[in-house]
Design a protein around this ligand. Structure first.
Ligand code: BGC
Length: 363
């Protein structure tokens, strides 16, 4: 599990005072320009990209593995056996990757060839099962102005953004011949000093670096504020016909993040789910993203939601069903966070599904 020391206030922005505790809301033509029949949420993207947004369907995040400072540092490695475990049940898989700690410290940021081969093998294994695969840049702490984690190395501040763009230039070239089932997500949960203006300036540069070698591959971009839908209006989506906008929601936060050890203030365990108020907190952000999507003309994707294993299992399953149900009702594809880590649905040691979670997400 992440041991991020990200300040609570900076990480989750809006605070609610409640019984003396402050709970944070993290939330949260080739083709024709717009064909007459395209749904409003696809008005600005290609027919293929609109189809992919739907086809992503049910997904799972292989979290806590390749985005740890080093694979295994957070207790789980991406065991090749997981590919078959996941493949039959989910349409898509999101693979968070901490490239920044596996690339040269200078602006060119040459990616370590051993690590690149490792990630490539994982990507190809999932692609060979016919799944959609999303890879991102995850936990580039210095880009956010956050503390480094584990044995992470610091780089000169002057090259932080250039490294980000050059990492994408390399990934673009490296994966350019993969099928359109491989999707690039520019950055997980932009936050910290990467405010809306900074992100709206940086994202198009990374996208342009990808486009040099991948003119039509689907690229995902999410808003600041850790990807919460409330920040969607601040996102300036680059003019591009193959973009899907991703968002995250962990509302109600005091339920999903109970017992998490990387928040400055530990949220107490024992919170159950889901009463009427909690159901409204679950549905609100998803409906917000859906409404934004229809207005903006870009399809949206729920790339992360999830609940700590600390919560009781009946509540976890009820929550997972509620989020999934609302997303599916609105035609939004989703990915649960995470497979086998602190928010997991699978026990890596016994190689068993946590049955109520398996059922909630894949039946
Ligand atoms: C972070 C993880 C964290 C999860 C839930 C993810 O985006 O990368 O470290 O466990 O959100 O907070």
């Amino acid at each position: 599990m992440s041991s991020s020391t990200t300040p609570f206030l900076r990480r989750y922005g809006t605070l609610m005072a409640c019984l003396g505790f402050f709970f944070a809301l993290k939330a949260g033509a080739v083709e024709q320009a717009s064909t007459a029949s395209a749904p409003a949420q696809c008005a600005r993207v290609s027919v293929n990209t609109c189809g992919i947004a739907k086809a992503l369907g049910r997904g799972i995040n292989m979290g806590g593995m390749l985005e740890a400072p080093e694979e295994g540092a957070w207790g789980t490695r991406l065991d090749p056996a997981y590919v078959d475990v996941v493949a039959g049940r989910f349409n898509s898989v999101r693979i968070p990757v901490r490239w920044s700690n596996h690339a040269d410290p200078d602006a060119a940021a040459a990616i370590d060839s051993f690590f690149l081969a490792r990630v490539t093998a994982v990507v190809d294994a999932f692609l060979s099962k016919g799944m959609y695969v999303i890879i991102d840049v995850h936990h580039y702490q210095q880009l956010f102005g956050e503390k480094l984690q584990g044995k992470e190395f610091a780089v000169d501040d002057a090259v932080v953004e250039a490294r980000f763009v050059n990492i994408w230039r390399q990934l673009g070239r490296h994966f350019k011949n993969r099928s359109d089932k491989l999707i690039f997500e520019l950055l997980n949960e932009p936050a910290g000093r990467l405010n809306a203006n900074a992100w709206n300036t940086l994202a198009p540069k990374a996208l342009a670096a990808v486009r040099e070698s991948n003119p039509e591959r689907v690229v995902m971009i999410g808003p600041v504020d850790w990807g919460h839908p409330r920040a969607l209006p601040s996102l300036r989506v680059p003019e591009d016909r193959n973009v899907i906008v991703t968002f995250h929601t962990y509302d109600p936060f005091n339920f999903t993040h109970q017992g998490v050890d990387y928040l400055p203030m530990k949220l107490p365990p024992g919170v159950t789910c889901c009463d009427e108020k909690q159901r409204a907190q679950i549905a609100g952000p998803i409906q917000m993203a859906h409404a934004w999507s229809a207005k903006a003309g870009y399809p949206v994707y729920l790339g992360e939601f999830g609940v700590m294993k600390v919560a009781d299992i009946a509540s976890r399953a009820t929550y997972a069903k509620a989020v999934r149900g609302e997303a599916e009702r609105l035609g939004i594809s989703w990915a649960y966070w995470d497979f086998a880590n602190a928010f997991g649905v699978y026990y890596p040691k016994t190689r068993d599904w946590i049955e109520p979670m398996r059922a909630a997400l894949s039946d």
